[in-house]
Design a binder for this molecule. Structure first.
Ligand code: RB5
Length: 149
């Protein structure tokens, strides 16, 4: 299933373009929902579109980007079934898959990362989920959906 859904707001147009090109070069079919221009949009709307598309099925994972990656990752994580990671480096990106089995990854187009975003993305893609005790914990994450403290 080499298909990825990508969405971004106006704060990550160029970053998302580079991510889409990188994914295509890696052999993925990419459904890029936009946006493609600097005109202002609301990142929760883009997160909702991407997550809805992912949940419809057929996708390996999703990528969402905004200026910081924060707003769009918070938005994605409000949607049942979504585990969106916002990694700060390659180690965190790798762990997002191997320990958390994140099905979305977020980046910020206005962030000066210390490690290249495309290498973080590769670290995420190339890290298999370890399962075992991590599956137990991921199941506990998902059981928190709709809950109250
Ligand atoms: C948009 O100006 C900006 O707030 C958004 O891209 C993102 O950084 C929010 O978390």
């Amino acid at each position: 299933m080499k298909k990825v859904v990508v969405a971004n707001d106006h704060g990550a147009v160029e970053l998302s373009k580079s991510i889409v090109e990188h994914l295509i070069a890696r052999g993925y079919t990419v459904n890029h929902l936009g946006v493609y221009a600097a005109d202002s949009v609301d990142y929760p709307d883009m997160a909702a579109q991407a997550c809805g598309e992912y949940l419809a099925g057929g996708y390996e994972f999703g990528v969402v980007c905004c200026g910081t990656g924060i707003g769009i990752s918070i938005s994605a994580n409000k949607i049942d079934g979504i585990r969106c990671a916002l990694p700060q480096n390659m180690f965190a990106a790798s762990m997002a898959k191997s320990h958390n089995n994140a099905n979305f990854i977020a980046f910020g187009g206005r962030i000066e990362y210390q490690e290249p975003v495309l290498e973080m993305l590769d670290a995420y893609i190339d890290s298999p989920f370890e399962g075992g005790r991590h599956a137990t914990r991921v199941n506990k994450i998902m059981s928190l959906e709709g809950g109250t403290c």
